[in-house]
Design a protein around this ligand. Structure first.
Ligand SMILES: Cc1cc2nc3c(=O)[nH]c(=O)nc-3n(C[C@H](O)[C@H](O)[C@H](O)COP(=O)(O)OP(=O)(O)OC[C@H]3O[C@@H](n4cnc5c(N)ncnc54)[C@H](O)[C@@H]3O)c2cc1C
Length: 542
């Protein structure tokens, strides 16, 4: 570290300087999973690529999802077989590419009499689903009796239980997945800048110019581009006001300590309105979501409405009647908005297809809307096909680099032993950093108190925060605590508020913050993490 100049900032300064008068084959607008994936694939295929993100990597929807890399069982009854098959295949590829980040997750669907789909129909659906998504035999569905269900998850309501089905999906950390893909894009040659907003577009089908503003300094630069891709998620219409309308569906999640809802499986919870609500175990916590309602506000920081919280508590209490969950148990809440493609006559966002749409404007702007976290590589492949049709043929096919075999469980066991970490901390650090976890821990060990957890029992270490601040495009406290480390929402902290000041103080010298700036960062992070809202909700009478 060079006095207030972390390594990532040095790189960013050089990248920004290189933009002056520069030109690219492709400029991708939006550093969520869609844009990161397109930039990665474009660079892998030999196109010179610039990716710009106005906020932080995954600062929009891609850090606020349910984090399931799933084949989309629920799309099957809607006949979306292509989507199911495609995302199922993608799940398998992602598990192979980044086994630390995309991990198999056992799923359980309990079935109750006179509610929802009968057991036999669900069993047949999951059977078909396993085949469509190419699940390996040991992970295929199991049909369960009521006793079988309760043997797996004893906290579930027993009354009227008809049985259930267990099968496998996968879980990820969406924000880290995006960051990993951004790094992969850089490794393939892309220039990737966060806090850089695309503004005025001046395009023709043969190419054009994009104005980019550095949100840190206010400086602007205009770059030439042979093609421009709009992957701005909920902001797609802001970048392309003439295109098909994007409708926003807001979804909220509640986070509880794992010991308050000690699940071993992700559980699909029967909801009174047939909504898709899951309880998902993740290390120190179990999170529960989602809701899905039309949202017409600003996508920047969607609030968590009381109505959604009440709904999720109602569903959770019916499913786990003896857990005694109450608002005082809440450790975190968050909301995200799905960018969905508007369809005539459909006002309920739950009815809108999750299929993506790729639209090419007359002046050549390619806008990518909708889609899923899970299918991001195939969205990128489709986008590349559109680029080729527009005359921008990728110069090469990417080399088939099969990921080196990496066993996250073994790495966690080895590192946990070497650095005397708890199983939870070792597993989570490997989950965040994969094969770089050893490097992170060596760095942490060299920092004062670097191997100590940030709070008692928390799966994040002080030295790991230093590492992230030094290396991973961390502009703000929220970048660090919400998206890079996930500490605030998923660290199992009883009092998330308590870590803000100490963390800001610790990383201030790395990021060159004055005491006033550090105090401002704390306030901004509180806002982004919904901490005031959390306090209000904890006092809610339910
Ligand atoms: C509650 C919820 C639960 C979900 N659960 C799942 C799930 O379990 N599994 C799954 O597969 N999918 C899930 N999804 C869907 C998935 O999260 C989204 O489809 C996906 O994250 C959308 O990514 P995106 O890159 O298109 O949009 P975003 O992640 O929003 O990225 C768009 C980016 O563009 C940037 N941007 C905007 N304007 C500009 C500009 N002018 N210049 C530069 N940058 C700009 C924004 O800052 C933003 O970061 C869920 C969605 C929600 C809301």
């Amino acid at each position: 570290m060079a006095g207030g100049e972390p390594l990532w900032r040095q790189r960013r300064r050089q990248d920004w300087a290189a933009l002056q008068g520069g030109g690219f084959d492709v400029v991708v607008i939006g550093g969520g999973i869609t844009g990161a994936g397109i930039a990665w694939q474009a660079a892998l295929h030999g196109l010179s690529t610039l990716l710009v993100e106005a906020r932080d990597w995954a600062g929009g929807t891609s850090s606020r999802s349910s984090k399931l890399v799933h084949g989309g069982l629920r799309y099957l009854p809607h006949g979306e077989v292509r989507l199911v098959r495609e995302v199922g295949h993608e799940r398998e590829v992602l598990e192979r590419l980044w086994p630390h980040l995309v991990r198999p997750l056992p799923f359980l669907i309990p079935v109750y009499r006179r509610r929802g789909m009968p057991l036999w129909a669900l069993g047949a659906g999951v059977w078909l689903y396993d085949r469509l998504t190419g699940v390996e035999p040991r992970h295929r569905r199991r049909m369960l009796s009521p006793e079988g269900v309760l043997a797996l998850e004893g906290g579930l309501a027993a009354q009227d239980l008809a049985g259930g089905v267990s099968y496998f999906e996968a879980r990820t950390d969406d924000a880290r997945l995006v960051y990993t893909v951004v790094e992969a894009a850089r490794a393939a040659g892309a220039v990737a800048l966060s806090r850089a907003k695309a503004g005025r577009l001046d395009l023709t089908p043969q190419g054009g110019r994009v104005e980019i503003a550095d949100r840190e300094t206010g400086e602007t630069v205009t770059v030439r581009a042979r093609a421009v891709v709009n992957a701005a998620g909920p902001w797609t219409g802001e970048v392309d006001p003439q295109g098909t309308e994007v409708v926003l569906g807001r979804g909220c999640h509640l986070v509880f300590a794992h010991h308050r809802l000690p699940l071993r499986h992700a559980v699909a919870l029967p909801a009174p309105d047939g909504g898709n609500t899951f309880a998902v175990p993740r290390g120190a916590v179990t999170y529960l979501g989602t809701t899905d309602r039309l949202y017409t506000g600003d996508p920047e920081l969607p609030d968590v409405p009381e109505e959604d919280v009440r709904y999720l508590f109602e569903v959770a209490r019916a499913a786990f009647p003896r857990a005694g969950l109450g608002p005082g148990d809440l450790l975190a809440v968050y909301a995200g908005v799905r960018p969905l493609v508007a369809q005539a006559g459909k006002a309920d966002t739950r009815e809108l297809s999750r299929q993506r749409s790729i639209e090419v404007r007359r002046d050549g702007l390619i806008s990518v809307r909708g889609g899923k976290l899970t299918g991001f590589r195939s969205v990128a492949a489709d986008t590349l096909r559109h680029l080729a049709e527009a005359g921008l043929r990728p110069p090469r096919a990417p080399a088939d680099k099969s990921a080196a075999a990496f066993d996250p469980a073994r790495a966690a066991a080895d590192l946990g032993r070497n650095y005397s970490l708890t199983g939870l901390a070792a597993g989570e650090i490997v989950g965040r950093h994969g094969s770089s976890a050893g490097e992170v821990l060596r760095y942490a060990a060299g920092r004062p108190g670097g191997l100590e957890p940030v709070a008692a029992g928390a799966p994040v270490l002080w030295g790991e925060l230093d590492y992230l601040a030094e290396r991973e495009d961390v502009f703000t406290l929220a970048d660090l605590l919400i998206r890079r480390s996930a500490l605030l929402w998923f660290g199992g902290l009883e009092e998330p508020e308590a870590v803000l000041r100490p963390v800001a103080k610790r990383i201030a010298p790395i990021l060159g913050w004055s005491p006033e700036e550090a105090a401002g960062q704390v306030q901004e992070c509180r806002r982004e993490a919904h901490l005031d809202r959390l306090e209000e909700l904890r006092r809610l009478a339910l």
